[in-house]
Design a protein around this ligand. Sequence first.
Ligand code: COA
Length: 133
Amino acid sequence: MVGIRAAMHDDMEALERIVGTLFPKSNFTFGANELYFLATQRKSIIGFSHLRILGHGQRGVVAGLGVLPPYRKRGIGTLLLQAALAYFEEIGCMEIVLKVKPENLATEIYAKHGFAVRKAGPQSLLLCKAENS
Ligand SMILES: CC(C)(COP(=O)(O)OP(=O)(O)OC[C@H]1O[C@@H](n2cnc3c(N)ncnc32)[C@H](O)[C@@H]1OP(=O)(O)O)[C@@H](O)C(=O)NCCC(=O)NCCS
C-alpha cells in the first residue's frame, strides 16, 4: 500500500537519493521555507513532491514532483500533488506556481488541477493556479 506523508529529518539521505535519481541536474535543497511530501511503499520512498513557500506564505511553488518509473501511472503523482495543494491551501497561499518543460506530459496532471499557463517560453512554461481555481 502507498502512503503519503511529510518528510522528516531522518528521510534526508533517502530523499536526496531519489531527487538525484529523478532530477540529476537539480541541486537538492531542504531549506527553512521548503517541505517535501513523500510517497512510500513498505518504508521505501517511491516518489515526492517538493514545496517552497515564498513571500510570507502568500505564494507556493511546486518545485518538484517525481515518481520512480515502476510506480508511475497509478495515481501516485496525483496524490503527491494533491498533498502539496492541500498544504498550500491550509497555510493560506493566494497563488501557486511551477515551471515545466512544454513537452512534459506532466502538464496534463497540472491542467487537471486548475493550473493555467501564465508565461510560455521555448524552454519552459510558467503555470499558475490562483486560490479557489
Ligand atoms: C509526472 C509524474 C510525477 C506523474 O506521476 P504518476 O504517478 O505517473 O502520475 P499519475 O498516475 O497520478 O497520473 C496523473 C496524470 O498525469 C498525466 N500523465 C502522467 N504520466 C503520463 C504519461 N506517461 N503519459 C500521459 N499522461 C501522463 C495523466 O494526465 C495522468 O492522469 P490519468 O491517469 O487520469 O491519465 C511522473 O511521470 C514523473 O515522475 N515524471 C518524471 C519527472 C517529471 O517530469 N516531473 C514533473 C516535472 S515538473
